[in-house]
Design a protein around this ligand. Structure first.
Ligand code: ADP
Length: 190
């Protein structure tokens, strides 16, 4: 199995690009953000706990998302691999992922990182807020907190995966098709 990690700051276009990537390479798309939003919509206990954290721009506890990921690995069949979108988001989650995969003698194939400057993040999210109405896109304060969380907790993963020789980056500026072409060119190498 291939295990691709789709990485990048909020608003980088991960969700948009993921759709094309899973189709072309026959992967199962796992978006922890989407799984959590489904939990909130269903009114589950987990959703209730996650709601306040998400809507303040913080992260939910590592164990919660790790459980979701492991559950998917166990149950999804008939794909050539997985595209992890929004996971891992902390060093602890990355270490946990390595341990999960090591159980079956597997490892992360590559990180595909979509990079955009902070100045573009706010612009992209403002645009998405007018279309999708996500609660965590609703105010500039929440988005600023998400950007801060990204820099503090998630950005250190770049060094983590560079050291492991698994980090690859594409320029996320430009239109959807341009970015998609850059990503496909990269993924064809794995
Ligand atoms: P974005 O693409 O804007 O970064 P996501 O849809 O991936 O947003 O995630 C939305 C929110 O869900 C995050 O801000 C965070 O609160 C929560 N979340 C998603 N994935 C994780 C994770 N791996 N660990 C902790 N919290 C997560």
């Amino acid at each position: 199995m291939k295990y691709f990690i789709l990485f990048g700051p909020p608003g980088a276009g991960k969700g948009t690009q993921a759709t094309a990537m899973v189709e072309k390479f026959n992967l199962c798309h796992i978006s922890t953000g989407e799984l959590l939003r489904n939990e909130i919509a269903s009114g589950s206990e987990l959703g209730k706990q996650a709601k306040a954290l998400i809507e303040s721009g913080s992260l939910v506890p590592d164990e919660v998302v790790e459980g979701m990921i492991e559950n998917k690995f166990r149950t999804v069949r008939n794909v050539e691999g997985f595209l992890l979108d929004g996971f891992p988001r902390t060093i602890a989650q990355a270490e946990s992922l390595d341990q999960m995969l090591a159980k079956t003698g597997e490892s992360v194939t590559s990180v595909v990182s979509i990079m955009i400057p902070d100045s573009l993040i706010m612009e992209r999210i403002r645009h998405r807020a007018s279309i999708e109405g996500r609660a965590d896109d609703a105010s500039e304060e929440i988005v600023n907190n998400r950007i801060k969380t990204y820099h503090e907790k998630t950005e250190p993963l770049i060094e983590f995966y560079k050291k492991a020789g698994k980090y690859a980056e594409v320029d996320g500026t430009g239109n959807i098709e341009e970015v998609r072409t850059r990503i496909f060119d990269l993924m064809n190498k794995f």
